[in-house]
Design a protein around this ligand. Structure first.
Ligand SMILES: *Cc1c(COP(=O)(O)O)cnc(C)c1O
Length: 400
């Protein structure tokens, strides 16, 4: 069986977790601090704050920006459900913008039409590790004085070429970037999340919000030789990362360069070999973007049935996934909790005109297996099996 993904973990992680357990300090403490410093340095951000997962990071980010009931946040429907959920946790309404079919990312051309008097922020997503058009999004955001939050859940190690140099996603380019360490992402801590920002005041807010709004953290009280009474001046959450998770994270970060290099190599082999399948569209990496290839998405030819191709691959022992979901098509997103450019879709059976590219991408794309230890013969088998499935479905008039 060839899996869709597999985390890259080893003895170094096991050792550090064992040391952490023996140390007697197991939740947010010295390991979290070490992970935060190493992460900040890795992405070139002045501040990094660890939390329990990326959904929590997004919630903290929007809360710190003061997003609340009655507000609107512009984002994409073509994302993991957590992106929009975080907006709703604040009592705000997600406004869905369609994607660029070439990159599967927010199309900046549609943003302006969605901005209204209640718009408070733009939450853009670097989907499956492909950087979104930050330059265009930032320009629009500046014109309308809106803060930008980057959902960089999948994007550790991705880069944009900006102002003539290569910059890591997460410096951040917007006000805040949020990362995930779920096992399906490039680095994992089991579960985990991170917020980065250049603003010390926002970072201070993150630290309060992640730990019950507590004015003095328990690790500070623990090491103080003075008696300290903490205060709870504002409503907070329990979004702590444990030191056990952070211990894994510190070792994972050391592997990042090797992991990214390997993923780029595997993606390059896919690009070359998939070019032979006529009608199939491999992913497009804009000239200014460097993906970490968290996932590798191909668009199927028009004559292919997505489910049938996936089943044919599964029958051959190859695991695939359909394209990224559309949040607005889920039952938990009835028409009164979101809107799009022209309002809400009145006929969801026929699809939402404003989000046509998002829907097409969900229905016509396929994610192929890509993981660090993937062997060349496994990759060759994926390409060969996909080619056979596409050819078997090709109608007579399309045959060369
Ligand atoms: C995975 C993912 C999330 C959620 O991350 P968790 O750490 O599982 O909470 C949010 N947004 C996107 C785009 C994701 O891919």
């Amino acid at each position: 069986m060839i899996p869709i993904a597999r985390p890259t973990l080893g003895e170094a992680e096991v050792q550090r977790v064992a040391e952490t357990l023996r140390s007697g300090w197991v939740t947010q403490g010295p390991q979290v601090q070490a992970f935060e410093s190493a992460f900040a340095q890795q992405v070139g951000a002045p501040h990094a704050c660890a939390v329990s997962n990326c959904t929590a990071a997004l919630h903290v980010a929007l809360t710190a920006l003061g997003i609340g009931p009655g507000d609107e946040v512009i984002t994409v429907s073509h994302s993991f459900v957590a992106t929009a959920n975080a907006i709703r946790y604040c009592g705000a309404t997600p406004v869905f913008v369609d994607i660029d079919p070439a990159t599967y990312n927010m199309d900046p051309a549609h943003i302006e039409a969605c901005i209204g008097s209640r718009t408070r922020a733009i939450l853009c997503v670097h989907q499956i590790g492909m950087p979104c058009s930050m330059e265009a999004i930032l320009k629009l955001a500046e014109r309308h004085q809106l803060p930008v939050v980057e959902d960089a859940a999948c994007a550790i190690g991705s880069e944009i070429l900006m102002d003539g140099d290569r910059q890591a996603i997460g410096r951040p380019h917007g006000r805040i970037a949020c990362f995930s360490f779920h096992p399906r992402k490039v680095l994992t801590t089991g579960d985990g999340g991170m917020l980065t920002t250049t603003d010390p005041e926002l970072d201070r807010q993150f630290r309060l919000l992640r730990q019950h709004g507590m004015s003095v953290s328990d690790s500070v009280r623990h090491t103080s030789n003075q008696v300290i009474f903490e205060r709870y001046d504002q409503l907070g959450f329990n979004y702590r990362m444990t030191d056990i998770q952070a211990a894994v994270g510190v070792e994972q970060l050391k592997r990042l360069p090797e992991i990214i290099a390997r993923r780029r190599q595997l993606a390059e082999v896919y690009h070359q070999r998939l070019a032979a399948i006529s009608g199939l569209m491999p992913p497009h990496e804009p000239a200014w973007a460097r993906s970490n290839w968290q996932s590798y998405a191909v668009r199927l030819p028009s004559w292919c049935d997505q489910r049938a191709i996936m089943q044919a691959m599964l029958d051959e022992g190859i695991s695939t996934r359909r394209g990224i979901m559309c949040i607005h098509r889920e039952k938990s997103y009835p028409p009164d909790v979101w809107r799009s450019k022209r309002g809400v879709c009145d006929d969801m059976q026929k699809g939402c005109i404003d989000l046509r590219e998002s829907e097409q991408a969900q229905d016509r794309t396929l994610l192929l297996p890509l993981f660090h230890e993937m062997r060349d013969e496994q990759q060759a088998r994926v390409v060969q099996t996909l080619a056979q499935a596409v050819e078997a479905a090709r109608p007579l008039e399309r045959r060369p």
